[in-house]
Design a protein around this ligand. Structure first.
Ligand code: SF4
Length: 262
């Protein structure tokens, strides 16, 4: 069983990538679970026709001990769970992730699962959001970044967290913002931190069009080149054996890399 966690700067497209990879894995007939860890609980919506599901924590609060399944089956049989979070301004969202995932492990994760994808919000430097890694529920991380400074800067911070936690990085996913020399920048940054760029995802308006219809691209535009890009990424993740504990670099090196590629 592969247990992966997707990290990256807020707004970089983690949920879009996680949901499309999950849909592509489901399409191959793999028993795939998508675990959304964002308190907003909106990461799985494109797997569920645009619908927002009751979160795991809401269920625990409203009907503790009830025995209906905690997940909702989405497109291509992907089993979707949103861990949910505390009431705004109170408590720790990371704590919610721990409670939910511990419970899920007890009840479901002994089954025949091929891949579990944790779509984690924010930055792994927050101890709460590092929970899937700290608790060893995920052991392989992918970082979504673009070739922009702030996104690489956030990726570098995540790398620092992974180094501290001694967790393997499977690679960087470049979610293109159409920056000049972007593929080269992200590949070079990946090399500097001791990893590799596993995939380059082009920017394509079809992604938003499908999201507006509550669908992944795999469902909404299965013949598109964008769907092929997500399928290639899903395959690359499945086959990936290049897993290494990365090393952060000095942020000044990121600036130098960007200047060289202007
Ligand atoms: S650990 Fe993270 S999620 Fe928990 S309260 Fe702190 S910042 Fe929020």
């Amino acid at each position: 069983m592969k247990q992966i966690a997707i990290y990256g700067k807020g707004g970089i497209g983690k949920s879009t990538i996680s949901a499309n990879v999950a849909a592509a894995l489901g399409e191959r007939g793999l028993n795939t679970w998508y675990i959304g860890c964002d308190p907003k609980a909106d990461g799985s919506m494109t797997l569920l026709g645009g619908r927002k599901i009751e979160t795991f924590l809401e269920r625990l609060r409203s009907s503790p001990g009830e025995n209906r399944p905690a997940y909702v089956e989405g497109f291509n049989g992907v089993k979707c769970i949103e861990t949910g979070g505390p009431i705004a301004g109170v408590g720790c969202a990371g704590r919610g992730i721990i409670v939910a995932v511990q419970e899920l492990y007890k009840r479901y994760f002994a089954d025949n699962i091929d891949v579990i994808i944790y779509d984690v919000p924010g930055d792994v430097v927050c101890g709460g959001f590092a929970a899937p890694l700290r608790e060893k529920f995920a052991n392989e991380v992918y970082i979504v970044t673009s070739g922009e400074y702030l996104s690489l800067y956030a990726a570098n911070n995540i790398v620092r967290g992974l180094e501290n936690l001694r967790v393997n990085l499977g690679g960087l996913i470049c979610n293109s913002r159409e920056i000049r020399n972007e593929e080269r920048i992200v590949s070079e940054f990946a090399r500097k931190i001791g990893s590799h760029m596993i995939s380059f995802i082009p920017r394509d308006p079809i992604v938003r069009e499908c999201e507006n219809r509550g669908k992944t691209v795999i469902e909404g535009a299965p013949e598109s080149s964008q769907a092929s890009a997500y399928r290639r990424l899903a395959d690359a993740i499945l086959k990936n054996s290049d897993l290494r504990i990365p090393k952060p670099i000095d942020p000044e090196e990121i600036r130098a890399l960007l200047r060289e590629n202007e």
